[in-house]
Unconditional design. Structure first.
Length: 281
């Protein structure tokens, strides 16, 4: 009996030692993890949710390896991003193209600068009541963005499909009034860009920005045509990483810029956005 008790006590002791060892190891690893997190320098970047914040969040591990804790603050009101960058609430933002930045700098006497061009969100023609451009009837209604920049892009895209003609020197300020030839007597419904996805059921086709198409969950299979990645619009309206002048050489910003223009980011964009977002680097 004594021998059995001794054997049982030995087993219990072995189990207890194992538990102590596991707990000790867990605490050690946890301690190492906390120390590592404390050692990371915070890099606070503002972005709109889709696709910008999603692209940034995919790079958190890469920035951690470079010594930075990438903190992505998602904005629903993109108008606040540039002022917050000027004020230093965030060190960088990712949501805009160069013309928008230039306009902000001029109107606010600010000095924000682009660090790198990351991607292009092409305008695309989406199905409404009509399923193909060939079936577009005479007098069809087309929803286009009402803001100057995107309206011009929409008209240039429609011209590229042979639906209308614009002046030979048509740039990024043309409106429906500038159309020189409209053989199908197309009618244009000018709407706020964000409202066009919801209006598709009431028009024949609609020209929609990539970010609004993503937010609305539109199926990329319903795209009838889209801007060429090598077009004037793609060059002009690439989405950029922006900082206050002087911060572009910050090591953290340089690390972020490198990660945003990496093959990992290219693959993430190509795998997740079905051509609605296109890398430009």
């Amino acid at each position: 009996m004594k021998r059995n008790n001794t054997h049982r006590a030995g087993k219990i002791l072995a189990v207890l030692l194992s538990v102590v060892l596991v707990l000790s190891l867990s605490l050690t690893l946890a301690g190492c993890g906390n120390t590592s997190n404390k050692d990371l320098k915070k890099l606070v970047v503002g972005a709109t949710t889709t696709p910008h914040a999603e692209i940034l969040n995919n790079l958190k591990d890469d920035l951690a390896k470079e010594g930075y804790d990438l903190v992505v603050i998602e904005y629903t009101d993109y108008v606040k991003l540039n002022p917050d960058t000027v004020n230093g609430d965030i060190i960088a933002n990712f949501f805009q193209h160069q013309p928008y930045l230039d306009d902000f700098n001029t109107k606010n006497k600010a000095n924000l600068v682009s660090v790198a061009a990351i991607h292009f969100e092409p305008l695309a023609i989406y199905q409404g009541k009509t399923r193909t451009l060939a079936d577009l009837p005479n007098g069809a209604t087309i929803a286009i963005p009402s803001d100057t920049t995107n309206e011009a892009r929409a008209l240039l895209l429609l011209q590229a499909q042979g639906l209308i003609k614009l002046p030979a020197n048509a740039g990024l300020t043309v409106t429906p009034r500038d159309i020189t030839d409209n053989p199908r007597n197309l009618k244009f419904v000018e709407l706020e860009a964000a409202a066009i996805p919801a209006a598709l059921a009431d028009v024949n086709i609609g020209v929609i920005n990539g970010n609004y198409a993503l937010s609305a969950g539109l199926d990329s299979k319903t795209i009838l045509a889209k801007e060429d990645p090598k077009s004037q619009a793609a060059t002009t309206y690439a989405n950029i990483l922006v900082v206050k002048s002087g911060n572009e050489k910050d090591p953290g910003i340089q690390a972020l810029s490198k990660a945003l223009t990496s093959e990992k980011t290219r693959k993430f964009i190509n795998d997740n956005y079905s051509g609605v977002v296109i890398p430009v680097f």
